[in-house]
Design a protein around this ligand. Structure first.
Ligand SMILES: Nc1ncnc2c1ncn2[C@@H]1O[C@H](COP(=O)(O)OP(=O)(O)O)[C@@H](O)[C@H]1O
Ligand SMILES: [Mg+2]
Length: 423
């Protein structure tokens, strides 16, 4: 089974690309499911049909689903939420605030991503394609189920056992809401789902993530950042789709400046994502809706030759390995970059205002978005080892990097918010 996850900023073309990939996959004979987890669903628009919250048949071998967050949440964590509501209200939070806070950050996205587990376990599909709009925090939650555990323990600081013993006492002396058995069951269910999800999505033999972007500077910067974290969390990224590239035959001089800018940004994309393959998709002369346009998109993405395992098979692994990695060694944090086929001349390292590290070796250049935790550390040196350039960051005692600092700030903020709410 293969799981392909397309991710990227809103509007770059994720849904269209996912739909085109799914169509090609189904045409190759794979039983394919395509899911949209973005609450602003448009998968149906891509296929030009109505797709419901249940699996809908779209073409031979192809089913689609637009996940309904509200039902998903109610089905899985209705009880947990009710309890959280009560607890926050008890702590003196206003009703509405409590209600809003009771939706655990990222939970809605998680609820929809959970559907992947159901589809995978059903055994009905060879390929599952996810049109995902998840934020960094959700992806992180999925990649470290222990984070989920930590988080859940913080929010539910009681053990089932403790509660069983303490319930009568607490009931007598305090009006604090105590979770009932159903809540615990829901939480156990949530954690086991998370663990299963995590295993699936970080197993590179099963799942590949593809970054979708447009050749616009800010879009590229954001994608680069997302890519750094995807690597950090252990998602295997095997390609980049650069969508809406102005076609060469566009000669109207009005577009000259645009075309120049796109050429520069395409170069930026190559520097940021090397050695991943970059799939360029032109800006078509119309929207990508309906089977015909999706087939055209699939053709520009994967080429002709639709045979299983052939060049035009979108379920292939387009790249093996980890182009970018961060680990600890001998008291250093090491940023490790795959550098096949680079002349081993002097390495020049330079930092940009975007917390990026620019690596220059001869006329080869690579652009890496640094994780927050590394951005503040000094570089001790760099070393070539096994086709990789390993850059060492000093760990000064007063510059200790906490695991949280390798996380995106959004996630930390949410944690803080929660801890404050509980304090
Ligand atoms: N290469 C392209 N050429 C022309 N229109 C495109 C192209 N890619 C996407 N579109 C159109 O752009 C709009 C947004 O694309 P969509 O796939 O929904 O983006 P996302 O899912 O990332 O928000 C849709 O109307 C889609 O048909
Ligand atoms: Mg979309």
């Amino acid at each position: 089974m293969r799981i392909l996850l397309y991710t990227g900023k809103g509007g770059v073309g994720k849904t269209s690309i996912s739909a085109a990939t799914a169509l090609r996959s189904a045409e190759l004979g794979y039983r394919t499911a395509v899911l949209s987890t973005d609450p602003a669903h448009s998968l149906g628009d891509s296929f030009d049909v109505r797709i419901g919250p249940e699996l809908t048949e779209l073409a031979p071998n192809l089913w689609g689903q637009e996940i309904d967050l509200v039902t998903q949440m109610d089905d899985h964590w209705g009880r947990v939420q009710t309890y959280l509501n009560a607890i926050f209200a008890w702590q003196g939070m206003e009703g509405l605030v409590a209600e809003e806070t009771a939706v655990l950050p990222g939970m809605e996205e998680l609820a929809s991503l959970m559907q992947i587990v159901h589809l995978a376990d059903s055994g009905r599909f060879d390929v599952i394609i996810i049109d995902a709009a998840p934020t960094g925090s959700t992806l992180q939650l999925l990649s470290f189920p222990e984070v989920a555990r930590w988080y859940i323990e913080k929010v539910f600081p009681f053990q089932r056992k403790t509660i069983q013993i303490a319930r009568p006492v607490v009931k007598r002396f305090s009006d604090m809401p105590i979770p009932d058995e159903d809540v615990f069951d829901s939480i156990t269910d949530l954690v086991s789902h998370l663990e299963r999800m995590s295993k699936l999505l970080t197993d590179s033999s099963v799942s590949s993530t593809r970054v979708v972007l447009n050749p616009e500077k800010m879009v590229v910067k954001e994608a680069q950042r997302a890519y750094t974290y995807l690597n950090l969390y252990g998602y295997a990224v095997d390609g980049v789709v650069c969508n809406r590239v102005f076609p060469q035959h566009l000669t109207d001089s009005y577009f000259d400046i645009w075309k120049d800018a796109q050429a520069k940004n395409l170069q930026l994309v190559r520097e940021a994502f090397h050695p991943l393959p970059i799939f360029e998709v032109p800006l078509f002369d119309q929207e990508v809706t309906g089977i015909g346009m999706l087939e055209q998109m699939a053709l520009t993405l994967f080429g002709p030759e639709p045979v299983q395992g052939g060049a035009g098979d979108p379920t292939r692994h387009f790249y093996h390995g980890k182009p970018q990695d961060v680990f600890e060694r001998d008291g250093y944090y090491v940023l490790s970059l795959a550098l096949p086929l680079v002349d081993r001349e002097d390495v020049k390292l330079h930092r940009s205002v975007y917390d990026e590290l620019i690596v220059r070796i001869g006329n080869w250049k690579r652009n890496v978005a640094l994780p927050l935790g590394l951005a503040k550390l000094d570089i001790a040196g760099a070393r070539y080892e096994d086709d990789r350039l390993n850059i060492m960051f000093v760990r000064e005692p007063d510059q200790e990097v906490t695991p949280e600092e390798l996380e995106p700030s959004a996630w930390r903020n949410l944690r803080t918010r929660f801890n404050n709410a509980r304090a």
